[in-house]
Ligand binder design. Structure first.
Ligand SMILES: Nc1ncnc2c1ncn2[C@@H]1O[C@H](COP(=O)(O)OP(=O)(O)OP(=O)(O)O)[C@@H](O)[C@H]1O
Ligand SMILES: [Mg+2]
Length: 356
């Protein structure tokens, strides 16, 4: 049922009119004993007074209430068109209407700040996208120019190594060169994947196994160093939908960073867990840690503090996690260590689970 729209002036005036009418009736009854001419004059006076009171009331209300309401409506129309450089003038008055004005101005200011934040974020994303597009072209060119001759060099090195006598001291050197070639290949693969990642091949599988593989590989890298890598798996974790190759790479990158942050001896702990909605993998190290300014930079492509680093590890990690709808968070303290926490959502069909 449609409601009848009643103008606010009528609503405001109605009680005043009722009171005045009641007064007039009482006045008429009270003057019944008076002579007719005196009574008529008195009633006329009372009637005129009532009309004047109504007029004054409506003028005061129009000045105090209607004017701000009209201004508010105009400013709201401006805001809805996207103009956030506006404010109402009646916010100065020290009453409820003033409160309304102040709240409105505050709300517009908040909207303006949020819009600026969104614009800044958008600009950052755009510049990141441009950065990655340039990187893509660079990577394709580099891969073509470097990989093919590198494969040739690797082949020759293998042949030389095979032909050397078993007792030759040059064998160790050949092995080192082979390792360096593998390292260059790894960097190129990282570069290519950062620039042109293939979409993840999602499959439900055991996240513990994926993480265990990465830990096994990282352990081989620190075999001769006083660094211990511990793993705590979650045997009751339900299967997580993920691309095991890519998540393996994520964990391996985090582990290598953790290991590289430890100058002499130390620990790295990897923990697989669940926080209800997501499976989590936490990599904690007792390394050199990072300042807040450094943390703000580490996901940028090419940001590195290492002489031999490419600065692509973490940008690749974030890209892979973006495609898994996952998250990565960092906490760190200089000279104490760092913790990188990866969150991977369980697939929609899998119930969030508690890990025993
Ligand atoms: N666990 C950590 N402890 C301290 N610093 C870290 C850690 N992880 C990352 N960083 C800092 O973040 C920077 C960027 O890391 P990222 O993995 O992207 O590149 P990189 O390790 O320098 O090079 P790459 O991984 O390509 O070999 C590192 O150079 C380092 O300064
Ligand atoms: Mg790295």
């Amino acid at each position: 049922m449609r409601k009848v729209r009643v103008n606010w002036q009528i609503k405001a005036l109605l009680p005043v009119v009722c009171v005045l009418l009641a007064g007039l009736i009482l006045c008429t009854i009270a003057t019944l004993t008076l002579r007719d001419p005196d009574r008529d004059a008195l009633l006329l006076l009372a009637g005129a007074g009532s009309v004047i009171v109504c007029g004054v009331t409506i003028c005061v209300l129009a000045y105090l209430v209607q004017r701000p309401m009209v201004e508010l409506q105009e400013k709201m129309a401006l805001v809805s068109k996207g103009n956030l450089e506006t404010a109402v003038t009646f916010s100065q008055s020290n009453d409820e209407i003033g409160d309304l004005g102040r709240n409105f101005n505050y709300m517009v200011q908040q909207l303006q700040e949020s819009r600026q934040e969104i614009e800044t974020m958008h600009r950052t994303q755009m510049s990141r996208a441009e950065h990655l597009a340039t990187l893509g072209e660079l990577a394709t060119g580099l891969a073509h120019e470097i990989r093919n001759p590198l494969a040739g060099i690797a082949g020759v090195i293998d042949i030389i190594g095979r032909d050397l006598p078993a007792t030759s001291p040059a064998r160790a050197m050949v092995k080192d060169v082979r390792l360096e070639i593998d390292q260059i290949n790894r960097i190129l693969t990282d570069l290519l994947q950062t620039a042109r990642p293939h979409p993840p091949r999602m499959m439900k599988s055991n996240l513990n196994t994926t993480v265990e593989h990465a830990v096994m590989l990282a352990r081989q890298q620190v075999i001769s160093k006083p660094i211990r890598i511990e793993i705590v798996t979650a045997p009751n974790l339900p299967e997580v939908q993920h691309d095991s190759d890519q998540i393996h790479q994520v964990v391996l990158n985090l582990l290598l960073n953790a290991v590289q942050s430890i100058e002499s001896n130390g620990y790295v702990t990897v923990k697989v867990d669940s926080d209800g909605e997501c499976a989590t993998v936490t990599v904690t190290d007792t390394g050199r840690g990072m300042s807040q300014q450094q943390i703000a930079q580490i996901f940028r492509p090419f940001y590195t503090t290492k002489a031999t680093g490419t600065g692509l590890g973490l940008s690749l990690v974030r890209r892979i996690l973006d495609e898994h709808d996952g998250l990565i968070t960092v906490t760190s303290e200089p000279n104490k260590g760092s913790t990188f926490k990866v969150q991977l959502p369980f697939s929609q069909t899998t119930e969030p689970a508690q890990v025993a």
